[in-house]
Write a protein that binds this ligand. Structure first.
Ligand SMILES: *Cc1c(COP(=O)(O)O)cnc(C)c1O
Length: 371
């Protein structure tokens, strides 16, 4: 019996094990989602698979293997540690590091065969010098700031800075990209970012470069057409819609990959209602503040949460779930007896965005893999 560890077991055995809280990661669905998204892309468009933060909490390296089988062309991570984890498994695909790399970390880029995103001439020059000292040529992508206001060459300086970076002989610019700041909230602003990028690409892009800006939210309404020849997929590949309305991707038929479950530890009758204590508290990633509309599933019935999420347990009202007893499965996210609670609903009820929900389930919670 192990808690807080990944159990390499088949899904069908879950109820024979005394698991208290666990997530289930459905790798068959994950692979299916990638295949479906990829199939929807125009011929030749590359699939940049975003696997930062332990594949959005979906467990590396197993998730990585399924992304490969699904057809991922390039992997994207946030930092060099994550790049090294991809490199343990994948030797023949680019690994793009999206966030800035610290000065002291720069030599590691060569050890891990990573592709840094450069945001200034100074940074590009430093990589070029390092590469030349090693007798190598380093692939980099130029990160352009089209309005996010974080890292990246600010677009108004692009005409000055991009030719300087492109003239360095220790690096090869294999791509130019930018990040969208509010694709799920502000379409006009997003179209503006696309326009800025197109103009810069028209002037500075060269044959063979990857040009990418689409994230999951932009895929809903911005067609993938030239000059864009790659998309960066995060949330969508995990089967989750970035929008509250749940619409926009029906043609893809994506399926949610992650479920989050626990078990009833005790049942008590008080004041005409039946309360159950569930083996998951805020140390298991359950936030202490649920909204009133929050529900969990017990015996396929939607049960309200009674106030009182503690470190180890959460108290729910199982009055409607007749026969509820100690040991019953409690579903916070996922399907149970034909009923379902989506990760989107759970996120709204806990006042989080879906990305946060996925990465906020600590290692104390067991990981079960469905193949
Ligand atoms: C995380 C990230 C993505 C993925 O975004 P989703 O909304 O999850 O699809 C894409 N691009 C960059 C630069 C990122 O940091």
């Amino acid at each position: 019996m192990r808690y807080g560890c990944t159990l390499f077991q088949k899904y069908k055995d879950v109820n024979k094990h005394p698991l208290r809280s666990w997530i289930e990661v459905d790798f068959a669905r994950l692979e299916g989602n990638v295949r479906k998204i990829k199939a929807s892309l125009p011929e030749g468009v590359k699939y940049v698979c975003v696997v930062k933060a332990d594949a959005y909490g979906h467990c590396m390296p197993q998730a990585l293997l399924r992304f490969l089988r699904g057809g991922a062309d390039i992997f994207a991570v946030a930092n060099l540690y994550e790049a090294s984890r991809v490199r343990e498994i994948v030797s023949d695909k680019p690994v793009l590091v999206l966030s800035p790399i610290l000065k002291e970390e720069r030599p590691l880029v060569f050890d891990f065969g990573a592709t840094p995103a450069v945001s200034s001439y100074g940074e590009a020059k430093a990589f070029s010098d390092l590469a030349k000292a090693k007798g190598r040529v380093l692939n980099v992508h130029i990160k352009l700031d089209t309005g996010m206001g974080r890292a990246g060459v600010w677009h108004e300086s692009a005409d000055e800075v991009l030719p300087q970076i492109l003239s360095l002989d220790g690096i090869r610019v294999s791509g130019i990209f930018s990040h969208l700041s509010s694709a799920d909230e502000d379409r006009d602003y997003t179209f503006g970012q696309f326009d800025i990028f197109r103009k810069a690409a028209a002037k500075h892009a060269r044959e063979g470069m990857l040009l990418h800006l689409h994230n999951s939210a932009a895929m809903r309404y911005v067609p993938v057409e030239p000059p864009f020849n790659a998309v960066r997929m995060g949330l969508l590949q995990y089967g989750i819609n970035p929008y509250d309305d749940g619409g926009g991707y029906e043609n893809l038929g994506l399926l949610p990959v992650l479920a989050f479950k626990s078990r009833i530890l005790a049942v008590s009758k008080k004041n005409g209602r039946t309360a159950a204590s569930v083996s998951a508290g805020y140390a298991d990633g359950i936030p202490s503040g649920f909204t009133d509309s929050a529900r969990v599933l017990v015996r396929g019935v939607r049960c309200p949460i009674l106030d009182g999420v503690s470190l180890d347990e959460t108290v729910i009202d199982v009055s409607m779930a007749s026969g509820a007893q100690v040991g019953d499965e409690v579903t916070f996210i996922g399907e149970q007896d034909g009923a379902e609670i989506s990760l989107g609903d759970y996120s709204r009820w806990t006042r989080r965005i879906p990305w946060e929900t996925m990465v906020a389930i600590p290692r104390r919670v067991d990981r079960i893999f469905k193949y």
